[in-house]
Design a protein around this ligand. Structure first.
Ligand SMILES: [Fe+2]
Ligand SMILES: [Fe+2]
Length: 307
């Protein structure tokens, strides 16, 4: 595996910068990139997505949801199964609201909540295992986000054990927020039950970059963690998107995001397909998709389900 020490090195930053420049060149519908105050513009755009006319002040609602997740994650009275259920359900509520109102404040609060969940996963093996079991297979972007976050943090815990060089709170925030850019994709495309045409696919495929841009422009995440958002659709053999990176060109965090993302997509139930049972999904990933993943990392992922 590359970058064993965890920190994002100059090479990764250089590759990322190239990606951004290349994408900016091809981002045909987004003229905001030439604005000197792009960050402000993105924040203003995001603010317009907030509930117009909502009776509950956003900040209070966001704080309330965040506190509920943190409280569940830090509970000392619930047993592991109850605790996993409480953390999962409160996380779903939080992410469901976040995807409706992805403001900078809300992202900041969500990051704190995710930090508590990450700490709980790292410190409490029993609850972490139960958390993997309670993940729902109904497919909504927010359900998927929480599932991928849990799966990715559990895999990172296994890979990095007690290595202090990895900031797991930042990593977790990147994993839970990897698809946030979908708020910029037309819901008609996101929820289309049939195959996407070429134009729709092109719009859909902007979401890793849109996630990256939101996270960086709202200054809520370190660059190394926004890489999960940017690279979770890259594939080990270079067949992914947006940059067709391969092998060591993909950051380890991007590779972890990829495995968690594919697994959840396979096991999720959609309007047009049943969700696969976990074992079947792992089998298909091994037999038909193994060239998409780093083998050693995939083997560690499989071991997560062996308990
Ligand atoms: Fe995605
Ligand atoms: Fe995803």
């Amino acid at each position: 595996m590359n970058n064993k020490d965890g920190a994002v090195d100059h090479e990764v930053k250089r590759v990322l910068q190239e990606q951004l420049e290349a994408l900016d060149d091809t981002d045909d519908e987004d003229s905001s990139r030439h604005s000197p105050s792009r960050g402000e513009k993105v924040l203003a755009e995001l603010a317009t997505l907030s509930h117009a006319g909502s009776k509950t002040p956003l900040k209070k609602s966001s704080q309330h949801l965040t506190e509920a997740v943190m409280e569940a994650a830090r509970s000392t009275t619930l047993d592991p199964k109850q605790k996993a259920q409480a953390v999962y359900q409160h996380s779903l509520s939080l992410f469901s609201s976040l995807f409706e109102t992805p403001t900078a404040d809300f992202i900041k609060n969500t990051k704190s909540a995710v930090g508590s969940v990450v700490e709980m996963i790292l410190e409490d093996d029993d609850t972490a295992i139960n958390l993997l079991k309670v993940t729902s297979h109904d497919y909504y972007t927010y359900t998927h986000s929480v599932n991928v976050g849990v799966l990715a943090v559990c895999l990172a815990k296994k890979l990095y054990k007690n290595k202090s060089s990895h900031n797991m709170r930042e990593f977790g925030a990147g994993a839970f927020l990897h698809d946030l850019g979908k708020v910029k994709v037309d819901p008609a495309i996101l929820n289309k039950p049939s195959r996407l045409d070429e134009w729709e696919m092109k719009r859909m495929r902007t979401h890793p970059y849109q996630s990256y841009r939101i996270l960086m422009d709202t200054s809520q995440l370190s660059e190394e963690c926004a890489i999960i958002a940017m690279q979770h659709h890259e594939r080990e053999d270079g067949t992914g998107y947006p940059r067709h990176l391969k092998g060591n060109e993909i950051h380890e965090y991007g590779k972890i995001g990829c495995i968690a993302d594919v697994y959840d997509a396979l096991t999720a139930k959609r309007v047009y397909k049943e969700g696969m049972p976990p074992f079947k999904a792992l089998q298909i990933m091994k037999n038909e998709m193994i060239h998409h993943f780093e083998r050693e990392m995939f083997e560690n992922f499989v071991l997560l389900f062996s308990k």
